[in-house]
Structures are given as structure tokens and as C-alpha cells.
Design a protein around this ligand. Structure first.
Ligand SMILES: Cc1cc2nc3c(=O)[nH]c(=O)nc-3n(C[C@H](O)[C@H](O)[C@H](O)COP(=O)(O)OP(=O)(O)OC[C@H]3O[C@@H](n4cnc5c(N)ncnc54)[C@H](O)[C@@H]3O)c2cc1C
Length: 436
């Protein structure tokens, strides 16, 4: 293809990866156009406007180690990011038998004292957890870890039943969205290392206090447009053509793009790149990906109904994590429940699942009858983070075509942070190679 003197970049996909790359390019005054199929920006982390309330397609948990995400939110926001997320020192409650709260002492003593004071663990449990935590930075570098699952790793390092049940397995499911018996030990250790060994606030929990589209994607749109870019929603890309003038999208002959960034979920990639034969090798890998589901159940209770904490786990129940949207987003009485990974809940109809969730909340917290419910099922929420997951980078064999998305960061589970990192990398690749 003839190299254009002036850059003009097309980004397909307005999820967190696409909006990150768009923000970085616009910040560097590179003309950029984002094409998003849906009318709402945010992809798998987006607001869902229902007749009853503004919900999210999934109740997301962020952590202090999401450094790129936090700086991206800051880059595009005029207000402080404090209004977008509630930051809490690492605080895990698995009702009714376990609770952990990082103390207010300095790092890393705060985390250690938290473990010493944890409710639901005996001395042997605590010693086994300390032993494992100290090994994390060393284990992370070991090659032999690559083929192991999280369960094998925990077994090898003598983690007690309670430490697995209350600490490592819930963290594994929340961070990797993959059960520990099939989850990658390498990726699990990466997450632990980044959250426990990268400074005082990396282990903080960041709970959204705005809807997911408003936390970043909508603000990124305003930022991109203020800096001369264009964000087209409700615009699905159905054809990409390579011509001498550049990439032509959806037969828009007046506009040719010098660079193309494909920021769609991996399952949407194959149909999009039929006209780009050099990407075939990558597509073969992508077609072998396996996915994990997440179901979100929302129940609206009378306005005075609250949880004892903004986020609580419930032991041995259908409710893995329960969120109080009243405390977090000012949606009084609205409770959201996350059910990650595969399980019996997948075959329940929405009404039965909502009733099962309600019965747990009624039993554990004395909740009254609910007023309405919504169930949102994401069958391909994230990639299965297993030891055999294939690596895919951001560059491709097709000149000037790059891939952005949570699946391109093999050291990290498919999360918002992975999506944002990938976007930043794509922008760097373009800016590094081109003078404009
Ligand atoms: C229910 C749920 C819960 C989750 N919980 C967490 C969590 O707690 N913490 C966390 O960090 N992560 C979580 N994740 C994962 C996180 O949401 C994703 O990793 C991240 O949003 C992926 O972003 P992305 O930009 O890579 O891809 P996507 O969000 O999939 O974005 C791709 C975009 O491309 C668009 N698109 C596709 N095809 C076309 C086309 N032909 N033309 C134009 N546009 C197109 C799509 O509409 C979409 O907007 C969760 C995900 C789900 C679904």
C-alpha cells in the first residue's frame, strides 16, 4: 500500500480498548475516526438503559493496580476520577463466616495485619497464606508455572482448605473469571503480584459509582471530538477494502484511512477481516479461543433496603458478589448480583434465577419482597484464562493493521485494564512508526 504522508486512523470498536486508542491518538493530534456498531459506547463494560433504571451489562470490580485504566480516566475527565469510583482498602467479606480488611497502617504492613486479623481463618490457615504470599514474586518468574492451573499451584504450596475457599478461589474467579481448576497459574500470579507488590494502593478495591459508559467511554468520546476526532455510534463496519489510497470502510469512498485498528471482541474478528488475508494466522488462533459467561441479576427492593457493605460475597450460594447500587450509585434499593463462570444458573430461566437470588438475600440479610428484576446474560463475557491460552500481540502481518482488545494481553486476564493497555500499545505503535 502507498504510504500516506498524513495519518488518518480508523478504529473499529468503541469498547474500552477502542476508546483508549482513540483518546491517545486524538491527544497527539492524529485524525481518528471510531466506528461503533452499538448506540452505546463501552462494549462489554457499558451502561444498559432499561425502562426501570440505568444498569450496567455487568457489575465490574476494578482494583488499584489498574494503573493504565485510572490514568486514562483522568486523561479524558474534567472532573476528578474520585467521582467515578469508590476506592476502598482491600476489603473482602464472604458472608457469614469470613472477613478480611486491610488495616490503616502503612504498606505492606496494612495487608499483613489485615491477614492476621482476618475472621474465619485459624493460625495454620494464616501461616499457609503468608507462606504463599511471600513466594509470589519468585514463583511468577518460574517457567514451570506456565503449564499449571491455579488449583495445582495452590495444592503444591500447601494452601489450606479455608485459605483456598475464602481467599484464593474467590479472587481467581473475580479476577480471571475462570474457576481455579482450569485457570492459569501464571496469569493468577501476575494479578497477585501487581495488586499486592506494586505499592500501597494497588490492592484497593475500586467500585464504580457511575454507570460504566459514563466512567470512561462517553468522556473519551467528548475528549476525542474536542481534539478533532470523530466517534460514530450505531455504525457497524461491514466491509473493509484495501486500496492504493488506503483502507476504505463500508464503501465510504471519499475517506481512505492510512491505519486500521481492529478493537472488536475476538469472536467478532473473523467476519470483519475476511478481506485481509494476511491476518489468517491470527484468526486461526482466535477461533480456538474459549469463553466464560457472566450473569448479572438486578433486584429492585424498597428504597430503604441496603447491604451492610457496598460489596459482599455470600458463601455457598448462587450469589457470588452482591453490590448495593444505592450506596454506590445513588440507586436506592437496587441490588446487583454477579454470577461468574459456568454453572447450574445457566439453565435457569430469568424469573427462577431472580427468585433464587432473592431467597438468598432474604435469608441472609432479611430483605423484603422485590419490586422488579432484570437478568443480563453475557455468554462470552471474557476469555477463558487457562494455561493453554494462545498469545496474540497487537501487530499483524498486514501492514498498518493493529489489534486492540482485552485478548491481546496474555500476561493479564481479559479485563478493562487489559483492554486499556492494548489500546495504549496500539497508539504507541502508530506514533512510533510515523512522522506526521
Ligand atoms: C458481565 C461482565 C463482567 C465483567 N467484569 C469485569 C470486572 O469486574 N473487571 C474487569 O476488569 N473486567 C470485567 N469484565 C471484562 C471487561 O468488560 C472486558 O475485558 C473489556 O470491557 C473488553 O473491552 P474491549 O474494548 O477489549 O472489547 P469490547 O468491550 O468487546 O469492545 C468491542 C466493541 O466493538 C464493537 N464492534 C464489534 N463488531 C463491530 C463492527 N463490525 N463494527 C463496529 N463495532 C463493532 C462492539 O459493539 C463493542 O463495543 C467483564 C465483562 C463482562 C461482560
Amino acid at each position: 500500500m502507498v504510504k500516506q504522508k498524513k495519518l488518518n486512523v480508523a478504529v473499529v470498536g468503541g469498547g474500552w480498548a477502542g476508546m483508549s486508542v482513540g483518546a491517545d491518538l486524538a491527544d497527539n493530534k492524529v485524525p481518528v475516526t471510531i466506528f461503533e456498531a452499538s448506540k452505546t459506547l463501552g462494549g462489554r463494560a457499558r451502561a444498559v438503559d432499561t425502562s426501570e433504571a440505568i444498569l450496567d451489562n455487568g457489575l465490574h470490580i476494578l482494583i488499584g493496580a489498574y494503573k493504565k485504566t485510572l490514568s486514562k480516566i483522568k486523561q479524558v475527565s474534567e472532573e476528578s476520577q474520585k467521582t467515578e469510583v469508590l476506592r476502598l482498602p482491600l476489603n473482602l467479606e464472604i458472608h457469614p463466616n469470613f472477613s478480611y480488611r486491610a488495616s490503616s497502617l502503612f504498606y505492606p504492613l496494612n495487608l499483613m495485619i489485615g491477614l492476621l486479623n482476618a475472621k474465619g481463618l485459624n493460625t495454620i490457615d494464616k501461616l499457609s497464606a503468608f507462606f504463599f504470599i511471600f513466594l509470589i514474586p519468585l514463583l511468577h518468574k518460574k517457567k514451570s508455572i506456565s503449564e499449571k492451573t491455579v488449583s495445582q499451584l495452590l495444592h503444591q504450596f500447601y494452601q489450606s482448605h479455608n485459605v483456598k475457599k475464602y481467599i484464593w478461589e474467590p479472587i481467581c474467579l473475580a479476577a480471571l473469571n475462570t474457576p481455579s481448576n482450569i485457570a492459569s497459574a501464571r496469569v493468577f500470579l501476575s494479578v497477585l503480584r501487581e495488586s499486592l507488590f506494586q505499592g500501597a494502593r494497588s490492592s484497593d478495591l475500586l467500585l464504580p459509582s457511575n454507570d460504566l459508559s459514563n466512567i470512561f467511554p462517553n468522556k473519551a468520546k467528548a475528549f476525542i471530538e474536542k481534539n478533532g476526532g470523530l466517534v460514530l455510534t450505531s455504525t457497524r463496519v461491514t466491509s473493509i477494502e484495501i486500496t492504493d489510497r488506503g483502507f476504505i470502510i463500508n464503501d465510504g469512498r471519499t475517506n481512505a484511512y492510512t491505519h486500521l485498528i481492529l478493537a472488536v471482541a475476538p469472536n467478532h474478528l473473523p467476519s470483519l477481516v475476511r478481506s485481509l488475508p494476511s491476518i489468517k494466522k491470527i484468526i486461526k488462533k482466535v477461533e480456538n479461543f474459549e469463553y466464560q459467561p457472566i450473569v448479572s441479576v438486578y433486584l429492585q427492593y424498597p428504597k430503604e433496603t441496603t447491604l451492610p457493605k457496598p460489596m459482599i460475597g455470600v458463601e455457598d450460594s448462587v450469589c457470588q458478589w452482591v453490590f448495593d447500587r444505592g450506596t454506590l450509585l445513588g440507586q436506592a434499593g437496587l441490588i446487583g448480583v454477579v454470577i461468574s463462570g459456568p454453572g447450574k444458573h445457566e439453565t435457569s430461566d430469568n424469573k427462577s434465577l431472580a427468585m433464587a437470588v432473592h431467597r438468598t438475600l432474604e435469608r441472609e440479610f432479611g430483605f423484603p419482597n422485590f419490586l422488579w428484576h432484570r437478568v443480563i446474560r453475557e455468554k462470552k463475557a471474557t476469555l477463558k484464562s487457562s494455561p493453554d491460552r494462545q498469545d496474540i500481540g497487537n501487530d499483524t502481518d498486514q501492514e498498518n493493521v493493529f489489534l486492540a482488545g482485552d485478548y491481546t494481553e496474555s500476561e493479564y486476564p481479559s479485563t478493562i485494564e487489559a483492554a486499556v493497555r492494548s489500546g495504549e500499545k496500539c497508539a504507541k505503535l502508530i506514533l512510533k512508526n510515523e512522522r506526521f
